[in-house]
Unconditional design. Sequence first.
Length: 184
Amino acid sequence: MKHRLLFLGPPGAGKGTQAQLLASTHGLLHLSTGDLLRAEVAAGSPLGQEAEAVMARGELVSDALVLAIVRQRLQGQAEGGGWLLDGFPRNLPQAEALAALLAELGQPIELVVLLELDDAVLIQRLLSRGRADDNEDVIRHRLEVYREQTAPLIHYYREQGLLKPVEAHGTVEQIGARITALLE
Ligand code: B4P
């Protein structure tokens, strides 16, 4: 079965880690806006140049920029192919734009997986990863941005009956098994 899934959760909850795993075991397109933006930064494209400083501060890149990337990738996906969106949407305008795009494509979201984890563990995981935007001040700011802008999506998707919370404590395999169980 070709699933259409969305991964939601605070920075460092393991969205990227779990999304990669599930996409490879289930043959889904893995669309991570964070990875796509980092690839643009690495390539030094005009889009990457615009995104770089914003990401380094732990803020959200403009909706227009992110939406352009997602639209292009989802439209390019073969009809009926499954996908997994990781790190997108990150605020209500992005969620509303996604809903309009998916209605246009006739591909509704099947399930929204919410990865839940305490701040102390999130901060530890991100500090040990050590990416350019993983220093303590920026991490704290990313958590604030998550609470203010992304967390309202929990209510938005719960109201639509799509939300499934998952405990993101434990090993990668344990969390992966919890997510797989939701799909069965
Ligand atoms: P993202 O790339 O989405 O990254 P993230 O939220 O920080 O991390 P994630 O939850 O995916 O954690 P991961 O699996 O890597 O965003 C980065 C920036 O991009 C944003 O701040 C923003 O500027 C920009 N951006 C992205 N999307 C955007 C959008 N839609 N709109 C606007 N701006 C956008 O795991 C973290 C670490 O934990 C890893 O080192 C991993 O190995 C480790 N880990 C994972 N699972 C573990 C486990 N079970 N136990 C121990 N460690 C674990």
